[in-house]
Design a protein around this ligand. Sequence first.
Ligand code: PMT
Length: 217
Amino acid sequence: RTANSLVGQRYLVTAGPTYESLDPVRFIGNHSSGKMGIAIANEVAKRGGKVELVLGPSSIEVKHPNITVHHVNSAVDMYEAATSLYDDCQVGIMAAAVSDYRPKDVSDQKIKKADDSITLELTKNPDIAESLGAKKRSDQKLIGFAMETENLLKNAKKKLTKKNFDLIVLNSLKTEGAGFKHDTNVVTFIGQNKTREFELKQKTEIAKDLVDEIISL
Ligand code: PMT
């Protein structure tokens, strides 16, 4: 492995889940732990790069001096932080699991138990990756992730194009040891004209492979 230095480079990394509040005690969230994105942030930092890490609720401690952590809760908060930071970065890596929808109304008070069934109305969240992709400059790169459960390659390739990514990292919820929470993952790198499949490995190792791949783009 080449010890490619990232001194002088600034990376934006999104990681972790988002929490979409329903009322003061409840939220809609997902199973992301933040491990994958934090592993990437640590790898960039180890190679001398600076990282703006926009991190949803996660219990993992991040403490490399090259990493500035921007703690956020919701997709809208993550969107605001990421869109304001990307201009000063050469690379954006979108490893967060962002809620596509949020409750339309957030109750000021705890929602009381009453009827046998209640209906929640949801409204669409901004797509952070897509909006960064739309304003990406020719001197910037944008890397996405795709968490799929079916038609893996086809769906990932669609996202690569739609969100204007230079590379997308596909992982499947159906693969043993892959995806949310585990220390390991099984990924495929999909670029405009080449695809690389990897075996099960530690997220810290995947972070090295990914940074090497980005340097070679
Ligand atoms: O955190 P871990 O527990 O380690 O788990 C890692 C992971 C499974 C969360 C990670 O490897 C991963 O796959 N992250 C992306 C999950 C996802 O929500 O993918 P998606 O296919 O729904 O979204 C596609 C891309 O658009 C992603 O880069 C996502 O960050 C981005 N996106 C999606 C929706 C949205 N509103 N804004 C976004 O930026």
